[in-house]
Design a protein around this ligand. Structure first.
Ligand code: MSP
Length: 655
């Protein structure tokens, strides 16, 4: 049964708050392949996850005043939500901060070190102090840091190195002996000519300057290079390097590892070298797909500014057009392996063209006719003409042609094959003209056959579409009120399975047509409004973070700061941000309106000692006279109160 398994992986995603439609590409493609293979009755394991270590995360978290994990957790949930919206049927979601992964990476690193595949040396390069990053000469942009553009200095760092250079010939041989290993074929030349032939250098696989990473167990000031940490997820997720490695034994080597073209180098040079060093078999196939380019920057006419008018947020797109529309667009629009462009308009055209006009219409027309001419009961076919036989042959051959394109990982063409059948069936309606023959009693039997042929084309198309789009096929199949005995499986994706006599419901539109011009105008208006709001918000934050002019000590002492005790805290009903705080300064009580509601509960505040600006001119806020201001520290979304470090009596002067 071993060859019946199918292990497919996506890259693991960097946690980012800005997931866009391009990010969904790899995963939707993998999901379609996983679902297709499940329908072929293969034992599928589909892996995805998140790549959570590294300096960038550490820095972003710091900027927001959060620990890395506090910063990452909501982003990971956000990604999982997107996968849910898009019906991604992964079997496992790995996080590189998962305990079992961390331990397995540590044991892999140690194993490589013990085998002499990793050694300690000094890394020399160009160091960017603000980014705390080392760069090689070739990575610099105009001699400056490629990340921030600032000047760099020569520097040295003690590091561990992986003997990548010794694998150059073995990797070339891997490509030669296994033409299927790296696809599409054009990527092989890219790897050979741009990276392997110019000479592979040993790879620096540990850092002492990056703290947010997996510590090297035998030299704790080092953390493991993020790409070594990340790449190994494909085996640690299966339990490799842990006590329970049953899944690893069952599913490795991977059948398909799908990656975007920019990370092919890591997956087809570094990854195979690591596997060779560990004596682990190679994945069967690494596929480097192209990019979805987000196009259509449009000029807002009013101000001549460059405003992005494309909706790119996957959740928003699913809310507007549905999961099927987005999945279909991603799977169909881009010739596989190439780049493609996304615009609102290109998505809408796909929805209206293929889904609404072709598929939706075929279903509505056919089910409406069966209802009109046969009271909703599927009639039995009588004699097939040569025209019928041609359509039937196409319907019977579609599964195998779809399968052959899926085997070659050409998803858009596979989908195109199903739509050939849909389009052929629509043409068949025009050719057979049921509205005419329905008026001729002698053509009753002919009409029966036509309705049956159309219904079978619909049923077969819907079954074949199931791995690609996840909602509409079941909806379509449900219009044919088939009893529970007929399964919607590939075994039944052949002509003649549907039993005459089943009741057919008049279909409601599966993909309602969209008025493209109206929709585009609406989106542009909405996006321009959003842009204006974002610009305004940015201005306001900049104002807050603006560097203020120097002041004299006398000016500073004009502010009177005092320790105060929070005695009571109530919400101010008229506001959704403010609390009314009652503060004790020892010999007096004050009322202060404070915007802490988002950050603290009343229970957390009552009993706390805080610092009050005591001589602030009183002001009325939402009907409450506020006599002072409580000091807080602010960064990004985080706000914390300033309190005396150890207890101080209420009313103590601060300064
Ligand atoms: N963390 C690494 C992968 C480590 S795998 C051991 C990474 N993450 S990523 O979040 O930047 O990208 C994840 C996937 O999304 C990659 O396959 C990448 O190519 C893909 N895409 C991101 N933007 C894309 C488009 N605009 N178009 C198509 N795919 C794109 O790389």
């Amino acid at each position: 049964m071993e060859n019946n398994k199918f292990y497919i992986t996506t890259p693991i995603y960097y946690p980012s708050g800005n997931w866009h439609i391009g990010h969904c590409y790899t995963t939707v493609v993998c999901d379609a392949l996983a679902r297709f293979n499940r329908m072929l009755k293969k034992d599928v394991f589909f892996l995805t996850g998140t790549d959570e270590h590294g300096q960038k995360i550490e820095k972003k978290a710091q900027e927001k005043g959060l620990t890395p994990i506090e910063f990452i957790n909501p982003l990971v949930s956000g990604l999982k939500d997107i996968w849910k919206e898009l019906d991604i049927s992964y079997d496992k979601f790995i996080r590189t901060t998962d305990d079992y992964h961390v331990k397995a990476v540590q044991s892999i690193f140690k194993k490589l070190y013990d085998k002499g595949e990793i050694y300690k040396s000094t890394y020399e390069g160009w160091y960017c102090t603000p980014c705390e990053s080392f760069w090689t000469e070739s990575q610099l942009v105009d001699g400056k840091c490629p990340d921030c553009g600032r000047p760099v200095q020569k520097g040295k760092e003690e590091s561990y190195f992986f003997r990548l250079s010794k694998y150059a010939d073995k990797i070339l041989k891997l490509y030669e002996d296994n033409p299927e290993f790296l696809q599409p074929k054009s990527r092989v030349n890219e790897m050979v000519n741009n990276f392997i032939k110019p000479g592979l250098q040993d790879l620096c696989v540990s850092r002492t300057t990056i703290k947010w990473g997996i510590p090297v167990t035998f030299d704790e000031k080092h953390t493991v290079y993020v790409w070594v940490d990340a790449l190994t997820n494909y085996i640690t997720a299966l339990g490799f390097g842990t006590e329970n490695d049953e899944l690893y034994k069952k599913y490795w080597p991977a059948n398909v590892q799908m990656v975007g073209k920019e990370i092919v180098r890591f997956h087809t040079i570094i990854w195979p070298a690591i596997l060779m060093a560990l004596d682990i078999p190679m994945p069967e196939k690494v596929y480097g797909h192209g990019w979805l380019l987000i196009g259509g920057d449009k000029l807002s006419k009013s101000k001549g500014e460059n405003i992005k008018t494309e909706i790119t947020d996957p959740k928003e797109l699913v809310d507007r057009y549905g999961c099927d529309a987005l999945r279909y667009f991603l799977l169909r629009e881009i010739p596989f392996g190439n780049d493609g462009v996304y615009t609102n308009e290109s998505l809408l055209k796909r929805i209206n063209g293929d889904l609404s006009n072709d598929l939706g219409n075929l279903v509505s027309r056919t089910t409406a006719m069966i209802n009109q001419y046969f009271g909703g009961e599927l009639p039995a076919p009588t004699e097939y003409t040569s025209l019928d036989n041609e359509v039937i042959a196409l319907a019977n051959g579609t599964l195998s042609s779809v399968k052959s394109y899926i085997d070659a990982i050409d998803v858009p063409t596979a989908l195109g094959e199903i739509f050939k059948l849909v389009q052929r069936a629509n043409k068949y309606i025009d050719e057979t003209e049921p509205w005419k023959i329905s008026k001729l009693p002698e053509m009753r039997e002919r009409l029966q056959t036509v309705m049956y042929v159309l219904s079978e084309c619909i049923r077969i198309s819907a079954i074949l579409l199931k791995p690609f789009i996840t909602k509409a096929p079941d909806k379509i199949l449900a219009f044919y009120k088939i009893d529970g005995t007929l399964e919607n499986t590939f075994d039944n994706a052949y002509f003649g399975v549907l039993k005459p006599g089943v009741m057919v419901e008049k279909a409601t539109p599966v993909f309602p047509r969209i008025d493209v011009n109206k929709e585009i105008q609406e989106i542009e208006k909405m996006m321009v409004e959003r842009h204006k709001k974002a610009v305004q918000e940015k201005k306001e934050t900049e104002k807050v973070e603006e560097k203020l002019p120097d002041i004299s000590i006398d000016d500073f002492f004009k502010t009177q700061l005092k320790v105060a005790l929070v005695k009571n805290c109530e919400t101010i009903e008229k506001s959704n941000k403010l609390y009314k705080l009652t503060l004790s300064l020892g010999d007096e009580e004050r009322t202060v309106a404070s915007g802490l509601r988002k950050y603290y509960t009343p229970e957390e505040l009552i009993g706390k000692k805080v610092i009050l600006v005591a001589n602030l001119k009183p002001a009325k806020l939402c009907g409450v006279l506020s006599e002072g201001m409580v000091l807080c520290a602010e960064r990004g979304d985080k706000v914390v109160l300033i309190s005396p470090e150890t207890d101080m009596p209420e009313g103590s002067v601060v300064g």
